[in-house]
Design a protein around this ligand. Structure first.
Ligand code: SF4
Length: 458
């Protein structure tokens, strides 16, 4: 199982007149994934993916997105599982959609940079009371380098880095080609790191002081490119041929500091569902409020409403999370109940007990040619059958576009309205253990309710 793009072929209506720094060159590892400059066709129209630095979008930028989504697309805006957003249903006038987004500062620094600016931070970076470090400065350095160092344009559009600052709100289960995780050692902040895995499930291969974090990332990326063949798009492909010990030995030779060995290091795994509801920030008297749009989809009016709330009650920004949800940071504690009600009035879920708040579903058959079922519609039906919240992933095929991690329960479509049911099991690859075949949504709901009565799955 691997996340891929639910895409067909790239298509631009006509060449855009871009600033010189955005002139397009032929990539070493071509991709059909959508980007801001590469609108890709799906059954419901074009997809324009906007990568957000640290998942953050300003209220002004959000209004620009809402405006072009309404004018030049179907006004459907999706939160992605990497803390980005995408506009669906883009019509033929790509130029009219893209140019205002570039003018709003949502574009990459270089054209090649759009594909490789894949750095995921925790949604509460810089504001989380449990963070070991504020990752945002280091993230800016990394993002600047990956977009401006010409060699790094050879990375695949899927190659991705995670920078975890030790926050309580952190997605630690998404596999990344390189992950870094901050921890304290004798009063000094270090970054543990691993390759082709994630902090929750994989061992750290070493650590460096945070001051050497940028150097480490650049060394890993260039060593990957030195060793990889063009068909190696991901770190796991390279490590299938090159022993990880050899990679680390060569990496160590390129660093200005020795790698610290970390045989015992484990990242403490945070509580689940902290992306939904109100939580304290590092700064006293301030909270963030996490809110979930049903199945990760917003419309233009909802995005404008979020921008308005960000301006009125928060710091003028909205953060997108890897749970396909949003977060309003820097809300005054006393305003939180009112802001929560207003988020709910916009149609967002702020309560973990809402069944639909914890269901995720890929695009499905309504807009993806590979989909065997209308996953989004089926998820809505399933939510009405559940008396308790479950964390469930409905996927239209094995590609698992909606979830880079394995959910406690996965429903894999086998035919319209019919799914195989899997339960997550660490010892099983893929979605886990196959427990039931070819269930209707009603049968899946009944199965989950019966199991809930005798057990708890998550
Ligand atoms: S059916 Fe779903 S998982 Fe499969 S390619 Fe389409 S969007 Fe992705």
């Amino acid at each position: 199982m691997r996340a891929t793009c639910n895409s067909a072929l790239p298509a631009l209506d006509e060449p855009l007149t871009l600033p010189p720094e955005l002139s397009v060159t032929t990539p070493v590892r071509p991709t059909a994934c959508p980007g801001l400059l590469r609108i890709v066709q799906a059954l419901d129209g074009g997809i324009c993916r906007i990568k957000l630095d640290g998942g953050v979008i300003t209220s002004t930028q959000a209004r620009s997105v809402a405006d072009v989504a309404q004018r030049y697309a179907s006004a459907v805006i999706e939160a992605t599982n990497r803390g980005n957003l995408q506009i669906r249903g883009v019509g033929p006038n790509h130029r009219a959609l893209i140019e205002p987004l570039l003018a709003a500062g949502l574009g990459p620094a270089t054209a090649a940079g759009d594909d490789v600016r894949n750095l995921m931070l925790s949604p509460s970076a810089g504001i989380d009371p449990q963070m070991q470090i504020d990752t945002r400065d280091l993230a800016r350095q990394i993002l600047s380098s990956v977009q401006s160092v010409p060699r790094l344009a050879e990375l695949s559009a899927k190659f991705a880095v995670q920078l975890d600052g030790g926050e309580a709100l952190a997605m630690l289960e998404h596999p990344h080609d390189l992950w870094l995780s901050a921890f304290d050692h004798a009063g000094q902040a270090f970054l543990a790191f691993g390759l082709a895995g994630c902090p929750a499930h994989n061992r750290a291969l070493g650590a460096v002081p945070v001051a050497q974090g940028h150097e480490l990332v650049m060394a890993v990326l260039t060593l990957f490119l030195d060793l990889a063949r063009p068909e190696h798009t991901r770190m796991r492909h390279l490590l299938g041929e090159v022993p990880v010990e050899r990679f680390i030995e060569q990496l160590a030779e390129r660093l200005s500091v020795p790698l610290m060995a970390l045989p015992q290091w484990r990242r403490n795994v945070p509580a689940t569902a902290m992306h939904i509801g109100t939580y304290p920030q590092h700064k006293s008297g301030r909270v963030y409020i996490g809110a979930v749009p049903a199945l990760g989809r917003l419309d233009a009016a909802t995005l404008v409403g979020l921008a308005q709330l960000a301006d009125t009650f928060a710091s003028g920004v909205v953060r997108f999370t890897p749970w396909q949800s949003v977060l309003l940071p820097d809300v005054r504690l006393e305003d939180a109940p009112l802001v929560t009600r207003q988020l709910q009035a916009l149609g967002l879920f702020c309560d973990v007990r809402e069944p639909l708040a914890r269901l995720i579903a890929c695009t499905g058959a309504s807009a993806c040619a590979k989909g065997l079922a209308d996953t989004k519609q089926d998820a809505r039906q399933l939510a009405t059958l559940l008396s308790q919240p479950h964390t469930i992933h409905l996927t239209g095929c094995q590609r698992s576009c909606a979830a880079a991690h394995v959910a406690p329960v996965t429903l894999l479509a086998v035919a319209p309205g019919h799914y195989d049911l899997y339960l997550r099991a660490p010892e099983h690859a893929g979605f886990g253990v196959l427990r039931e075949r070819n269930l209707t949504i009603e049968a899946a709901g009944a199965w989950l309710e019966a199991r809930q009565r005798s057990n708890t799955d998550d």
